[in-house]
Design a protein around this ligand. Structure first.
Ligand SMILES: [Zn+2]
Length: 144
């Protein structure tokens, strides 16, 4: 499939061309149903990513809103090839696997803060590890 299909959604067509049959632009995949925008938290799978976004849910008893994180798996066509930290728009499609019912339609932008956040998280993990090691050390010393 070398021709780019008009998907009928208000998205720009990708610059690259791919041979992925599950691509909404160059394959046979139809996009219908719900659409969301979120950031990619993992791109470790082949042609799949995990997209996450934060929404608000109203709790009537406390008359306040609660933050709700939603994580979904989405197909990552080779022509789009979105990376971790990208802000992407995803659309619902037919089930592509047991838990994958969405496909990336376009990359909206990049989250510059994301890299910093990840670094900070990893630094925190290291610190926790050091603390745990110290704890175990003190415990063993106490035993002796
Ligand atoms: Zn494509």
């Amino acid at each position: 499939m070398s021709r780019t299909r008009n998907v009928g959604l208000e998205t720009k067509n990708p610059e690259n061309v791919c041979k992925d049959k599950n691509c909404p632009f160059h394959g046979q995949l139809k996009v219908r149903g719900k659409q969301f925008t979120g950031r990619i938290v993992s791109d470790k799978m082949q042609k799949s990513v995990i997209v996450e976004w934060v929404g608000l849910k109203y709790i009537p008893k406390y008359e306040r809103y609660k933050k709700v994180r939603t994580k979904l798996k989405a197909h990552n066509p080779t022509c789009i090839n979105a990376k971790e930290g990208d802000l992407v728009r995803i659309g619902e499609c037919r089930p592509l696997s047991k838990t994958k019912n969405f496909v990336i339609m376009n990359v909206v932008g990049k989250l510059e803060k994301y890299a910093l956040e990840k670094e900070a998280k990893e630094a925190g993990k290291k610190r926790e590890k050091v603390k745990e090691e110290q704890k175990t050390l003190t415990k063993t010393e106490e035993k002796e």
